[in-house]
Structures are given as structure tokens and as C-alpha cells.
Design a protein. Structure first.
Length: 325
């Protein structure tokens, strides 16, 4: 396998089982299609395929061909074991939960990175950037926020703001997100449940009524925003703007405020090696920074006849070319 040439590179994708994905919505699949279109070598890797032996990180990599066809979208070749750093670039696209197995994988990927493999996103930065708590590094971008396991402290925060949202720091897809309204009779049981009786740290934020107009996903590519976002509009009677929770979606241009948020956050993302990131914005406020496996490429591509994966692979090719100079 050849590396460090924009004419012919090798890409590995560490991902969940490809047999289970929905190709119409899967951003990893969009990236794989683009890599293949450019005639780079393409390899499929699962989390359990990666291992360390005698100070070298190896992977059982499988050549793969992908087809944009919902009936049969992939064909696997013959797997082989190689040093992971033999690949030009490895993209870590395992979905949360962000558990210890995920962290162990980032340690292994970091060792391959030290041998010269480009890892997207940078493993140490994935560990550092909790997708909810990371927003606290950008004062003025988010709503009033409290992070605590103390139920009495959260109750006081609620008394002050009257209507809040509480959520775990490791959730995804709208899982375990609760609203607590003014004089909510369920407040105590919600807080007991989500904090595990004061033993688990959670995030509480001022409720943003603008969520009814949509929770907008903005894709950041090497610190720069794609100029349109995907607004995920909650289903009737639903309080979460997540596609996994039944929300509908529509494309919308970025507002001046959203561009301002991108300009504030973007340089930090680029500096940290977080090349592909999804910002979540409700109204004028940044609520989450998704660094593990952000989605919405395929939906935005369809709406705007775009090629967002192409923009990302452009940046990766430029990065790899720079490493050879």
C-alpha cells in the first residue's frame, strides 16, 4: 500500500458493522463513496480488528467496494493484518456510547498516529472534547448552563430559570433528555433518575423554546462551516429535535449568528485536529459539539446537490501532501 501521495492513498474506516447501516443517512458511507470515486485504496475496519503487539498497533483490514444501492451496498475482499500506520489515513467513525472500549481504541489509534498515520478525528482531542461539556470552552455561545451531580444545586438552578433541560454527558440521539417545567411535580424523580441519586454528573441548561423551529446541525470541515445547516424539527408532541426520535428535517442557510458561532469555534477545532465536527444550534445558542461520528452529510448533499464528503477528502489530501514536504 502506498501512502503520502494525493494521486493514490489508502483510507481505513473504523466503523460499526456496515451490514447494519442505512446508506441514505450514513455519513461514513458518503465518505467511503468519495474515497472510492478518487481511486484511493479503501478498507473496512471494526473496533475489534485493532490490536497492539510488541509496541506496534495492527489491524485486520478488509478491502471493500461500496455501491450506492440500498439492496446491495458493499462487497468485501480478503482481509489481511497490517501495521495500522501503513494506511495513509484512518477515520474513527464508531458511534457512541463513549465508553472505556471507545477510549481504549483512541489510545491504540494515537500510537498509530505517532507512527505517521493521519487519524480523523485526532484521538487525544476526541477524548478531551466531551460533546456537551466542550461547549463551555466558548463563553457567550451557549445558553445558561450548569454541570453538576448535586440534585439540590440543580433544583436551585431550576428555581432561577423556571424551565430547564437536563441530559447526561454521554448520551446521543436525544436519549435521556428531560424537560423540567415550572412547578414540575416530576422534578425530583427526574433528577434522581438522571443523576443516579446524585452519583452521576449531568448537564442542565435553560430551556430554549426555539427548538420548535428546529435543532440545526452545522457541519464543520477543518474549522470551516458548510454554508447550509440541517434543521431537525421535533415531531408533534415530542420535545427532542433528533432524527432518531422521529424529527423531520429541512435545509436552511446559516444565519449571521450561526456564522459568528462557527467563527468562534472553528479555529479551536482546527488547532485540535478535529477535522470533521457537527455543531448543534438552537435559536442563537450552541448546545453541543459532536466530534465522534457526526452525521447529516447525505441529507444535506441531497437538498443542496452538494458533495460534503468531497470537501472533507480535499482537506485530508492537502494535509497528507503537507506531511511529505
Amino acid at each position: 500500500m502506498r501512502k503520502n501521495s494525493t494521486q493514490h492513498l489508502s483510507f481505513g474506516f473504523v466503523m460499526d458493522p456496515i451490514s447494519d447501516i442505512n446508506i441514505k443517512k450514513d455519513s461514513t458511507f458518503a465518505m467511503m463513496l468519495e474515497v472510492q470515486r478518487r481511486n484511493h485504496d479503501l478498507f473496512y475496519i471494526t473496533q475489534s480488528d485493532i490490536f497492539l503487539e510488541n509496541h506496534i498497533v495492527y489491524a485486520n483490514v478488509t478491502p471493500i467496494k461500496v455501491v450506492d444501492n440500498s439492496d446491495k451496498w458493499y462487497e468485501l475482499g480478503k482481509p489481511s493484518v497490517i501495521p495500522l500506520h501503513d494506511l495513509s489515513c484512518v477515520s474513527m467513525r464508531i458511534d457512541p456510547p463513549f465508553d472505556m472500549e471507545y477510549i481504549y481504541s483512541t489510545y491504540l489509534l494515537e500510537l498509530a498516529e505517532k507512527k505517521g498515520c493521519l487519524i480523523i478525528n485526532k484521538p487525544s482531542s476526541i477524548r478531551s472534547a466531551n460533546e456537551k461539556l466542550f461547549t463551555a470552552q466558548f463563553p457567550g455561545c451557549g445558553p445558561e448552563t450548569l454541570v453538576s451531580s448535586d440534585m439540590e444545586r440543580i433544583k436551585a438552578f431550576h428555581e432561577k430559570l423556571k424551565h430547564i433541560v437536563v441530559k447526561p454527558l454521554d448520551g446521543m440521539g436525544g436519549s435521556m433528555v428531560f424537560q423540567i417545567r415550572e412547578n414540575d411535580a416530576n422534578r425530583s424523580v427526574i433528577l434522581e433518575t438522571i443523576t443516579q441519586h446524585g452519583n452521576q454528573t449531568v448537564m442542565a441548561q435553560r430551556f430554549l423554546p426555539e427548538f420548535k423551529q428546529g435543532d440545526k446541525r452545522i457541519l464543520m470541515i477543518n474549522g470551516k462551516p458548510f454554508p447550509h445547516g440541517l434543521s431537525r424539527i421535533p415531531a408533534k408532541g415530542e420535545s427532542r429535535g433528533n432524527l432518531a426520535a422521529g424529527a423531520t428535517s429541512e435545509g436552511r442557510d446559516l444565519t449571521e449568528r450561526e456564522i459568528e458561532i462557527c467563527n468562534i469555534v472553528g479555529p479551536t477545532l482546527k488547532e485540535m485536529g478535529l477535522m470533521f465536527v457537527g455543531l448543534d444550534v438552537i435559536g442563537d445558542y450552541l448546545t453541543e459539539i459532536n466530534v465522534t461520528s457526526p452525521t447529516c452529510i447525505r441529507e444535506l448533499d441531497t437538498i443542496y446537490s452538494a458533495n460534503i464528503a468531497g470537501l472533507l477528502i480535499d482537506e485530508i489530501e492537502q494535509e497528507l501532501t503537507g506531511k511529505t514536504k
